[in-house]
Design a protein around this ligand. Structure first.
Ligand SMILES: [Zn+2]
Ligand SMILES: [Zn+2]
Length: 289
């Protein structure tokens, strides 16, 4: 006699005639029992304990797959439905998986939300509520995107023209970086590179130096380099000196006011100025200290 492969597989797996008949929708007496006899297999021990929990029954048919997904190891119906029996009732694997994970029956159809076809991992199931929540989240994301479109191009253009970076415009107006980049490219503005700004050296100097209440002008860091449009680099201290004295400084330029990082042109000194001051002091106090 010809034995169906799926029947033979389940017979070898040790299932009873009734279990096989239920799973494969075949007749136990007409199909399964003769196949068992032909294969010379003993009757399944009727003592095989029925699963005491839904979870146990479910996991008799599952196998962990990669990335947390789960495979159904028992035969699947011709129409793709994954069904097993427990406590005289047909369960779809999805229903059972949902209930096992959530501790309540699924509302409406349960389906895997992980995008993996026929995954039965309990944690991956979603019911009607979950799908609705997802749809709502997607709608909210679209609304947020629409709100971002409500920021007029002009606002972005103005900020780009003023030299702001994409990141700072995104932060300020909650617009998508792609949109800002597109506008920037349309304007032909070069990508923003920190430290290199298309402005004249005196502009950079004025922009970065911070006036204090007591009359100093503080450089924001200890790197005094100013990069110019033509690719040259200048020291903010030496630039300040030239502004005041109209000549290049000799030796190191330092704040003569005693305030660290002060670049106020009136407060900076070069070496000859310091030496002159030292000798004046020596004359006054009569000491070579
Ligand atoms: Zn999955
Ligand atoms: Zn000063």
């Amino acid at each position: 006699m010809k034995i169906r492969q799926d029947v033979a597989d389940l017979l070898h797996a040790g299932l009873s005639d009734r279990e096989i008949a239920a799973q494969l929708h075949v007749d136990a007496k007409a199909t399964v029992a003769p196949a068992r006899a032909a294969l010379g297999l003993p009757k399944a021990r009727s003592g095989k304990k029925p699963a005491s929990t839904l979870e146990e029954a479910f996991h008799r048919h599952t196998q962990r797959a990669r990335d947390g997904h789960m495979r159904w190891t028992s035969p699947i119906q011709a129409n793709g439905a994954i069904i097993f029996r427990w406590r005289n009732r047909n369960w779809t694997a999805y229903q059972a998986a949902f209930e096992i994970h959530n501790g309540r029956p699924a509302s409406g159809k349960a389906l895997p939300l992980c995008g993996q076809a026929q995954c039965v991992a309990p944690a991956h199931m979603g019911d009607q509520h979950d799908r609705k929540a997802r749809t709502e989240a997607a709608r909210e994301a679209r609304t947020a995107q629409a709100a971002s479109l409500a920021v007029p191009d002009k606002v972005i253009v103005d900020m780009l023209t003023a030299g702001h970076s994409i990141a700072s415009i995104v932060r300020a107006h909650r617009v998508g970086p792609d949109r800002v980049r597109e506008i920037r490219d349309g304007l032909g503005i070069e990508p923003h590179r920190p430290g290199i700004k298309p402005e004249a050296i005196d502009q950079t100097f004025r922009r970065r130096a911070v006036p204090t209440e007591d009359g100093h002008l503080l450089w924001p860091g200890t790197d005094y380099r100013i990069n110019t449009i033509d690719g040259a680099a200048h020291s903010a201290l030496r630039f300040a000196f030239r502004q005041k004295y109209g000549r290049n400084p000799i030796g190191k330029v330092l704040p003569g006011c005693g305030t660290a990082r002060c670049v106020r042109p009136e407060h900076v000194e070069d070496r000859p100025m310091r030496e002159a001051l030292d000798s004046q002091l020596a004359t006054i106090f009569g000491s070579a200290a």
